[in-house]
Design a protein around this ligand. Structure first.
Ligand SMILES: C[S@@+](CC[C@H](N)C(=O)[O-])C[C@H]1O[C@@H](n2cnc3c(N)ncnc32)[C@H](O)[C@@H]1O
Length: 408
């Protein structure tokens, strides 16, 4: 018979060793809440693997999942829960994260978890009961409105991706409260821990890269990936960018030009974090090229997709310049070059090469090196030295670049 406690402790030991679990409170919660009871029907070893587990699909696309334990640990550390805290979770899913949080806030605290899907909420209620977890109120609701009747909350956490910081969440935070959410930032998704100040500004000193299912309902995210006809490639543009000209992109990609070597190596993560995020926050016209199906062989001139099945590019005026792996399509980090596609791509390629240089000179910063400040509409922005500004419907996100001297 499987020794469930041993398997669970092995998962937690690995999370500790990897630095994902750092505090005693988060460690204790992971050691005591039985994840396998929130994933009935799954083998115990699979329930304790460090993987996300999709639990609901619509048209072949996952609409709910038990998140990857590593990511859950990172976010629970970002959330900094204390005994007695009142917490709202948007995206109850299986109920596992709510159970972990209930364990940390204890009997003096309270966790309310909402999900837009009634069937999922019913199932989560069964999981919580079988795990013997008290202290979680489950609600069927569109989390875009928060859950006003339980407000104010010391912590509000979304375990589902959002394009924006919605007014209801800010309004339902207690003074000094923290809002943690996977936020779309120029095509990447970042887990940002935002502390509400007395001036109404939300300041963040903890940013992590993440990849969550996106919100359904009234605040559903706009689709940002569009398939380029006939090439097996999708073009992803930032949520705040104008609609791309797909016909022009197809023409450019069918017309590969000169390639120049860059002085850096890049890995898969750098499409979204690392260099990809740097480029998206510092240059206009950023897009990502993604294989529609990563297992589909692509035309040779689409080598920009390389081993990672995705790359970053700059596009403007019918031309495109993309980061290209110069080695084979193997795995891991690769030496890269910048390749021109279509007419008039020379200036774009120059900009891309200069951005690679600047990123390397800054110490290859990643998501956690950026400082973000969220200014809700109607609130005055604080004075910051030359931040990048991302304008959303309900807020502005100010991104301060990493300071080179902070890095070794
Ligand atoms: C990644 S899953 C959350 C995992 C969950 N925290 C757990 O521990 O299992 C994202 C969840 O967000 C829910 N969701 C999507 N849009 C929502 C909305 N507008 N309001 C509330 N929940 C939503 C989905 O139904 C899905 O269950």
């Amino acid at each position: 018979m499987v020794d469930v406690v041993r398997v669970r402790n092995r998962m937690v030991d690995a999370l500790r060793e990897a630095g994902r679990v750092r505090s005693a409170a988060v460690e204790e919660a992971f050691r005591s809440v039985p994840r396998h009871l929130f994933l009935p029907g799954l083998a115990v070893s699979d329930a304790y693997a460090d993987e996300a587990v999709a639990v609901q699909f619509s048209d072949g696309v996952a609409t709910s999942s038990a998140s990857q334990p590593s990511m859950m640990a990172i976010m629970l550390e970002q959330l900094d829960l204390k005994p007695g805290h009142r917490v709202l979770e948007i995206g109850a899913g299986t109920g596992y994260n709510a159970a972990l949080m209930a364990r940390i806030v204890g009997p003096a605290g309270a966790v309310t978890a909402v999900d837009i899907d009634e069937e999922l909420v019913d199932r989560a209620a069964g999981h919580l009961e079988s795990a013997g977890v008290d202290g979680v109120e489950l609600v069927v609701a569109d989390g875009a409105e928060g859950y006003p009747s339980g407000a104010p909350y010391d912590r509000i956490v979304l375990t589902v991706g959002s394009d924006d910081v919605l007014p209801a969440w800010v309004a339902q935070l207690a003074p000094g409260g923290r809002l943690l959410l996977p936020l779309a930032v120029r095509g990447s998704q970042l887990s940002v821990a935002l502390d509400l100040g007395v001036d109404g500004v939300l300041r963040c000193d903890s940013v992590r890269s993440c990849a969550f299912i996106r919100l359904r309902g009234t605040a559903a995210s706009a689709e940002t990936s569009r398939i380029v006809d006939g090439l097996g490639v999708a073009l992803q543009t930032p949520d705040d960018a104008p609609e791309p000209d797909l016909a022009a992109a197809a023409r450019a990609l069918a017309d590969p030009g000169e390639q120049r070597t860059a002085p850096v190596r890049l890995g898969a993560v750098d499409v979204w974090d690392g260099f990809g995020l740097w480029l998206a926050l510092t240059e206009p016209g950023v897009c990502r090229l993604l294989a529609v199906r990563p297992d589909t062989p692509l035309a040779d001139h689409l080598l920009p997709l390389g081993a990672t099945a995705g790359t970053v590019a700059l596009s403007a005026g019918g031309g495109l310049a993309a980061v290209v792996p110069v080695e084979s399509r193997g795995c891991g980090a690769a030496d890269v070059a910048v390749r021109e596609f279509g007419r008039d791509a020379r200036a774009l390629a120059d900009r891309l090469l200069a951005a690679l240089d600047a990123w390397a000179a800054a110490g290859r910063p990643g998501a956690s090196d950026w400082r973000l400040t969220v200014v809700p509409v109607g609130v005055d922005a604080p004075a910051l030295p030359a931040p990048q500004v991302i304008v959303k419907r309900h807020c502005r996100v100010l991104a301060e670049p990493p300071r080179p001297q902070q890095r070794g």
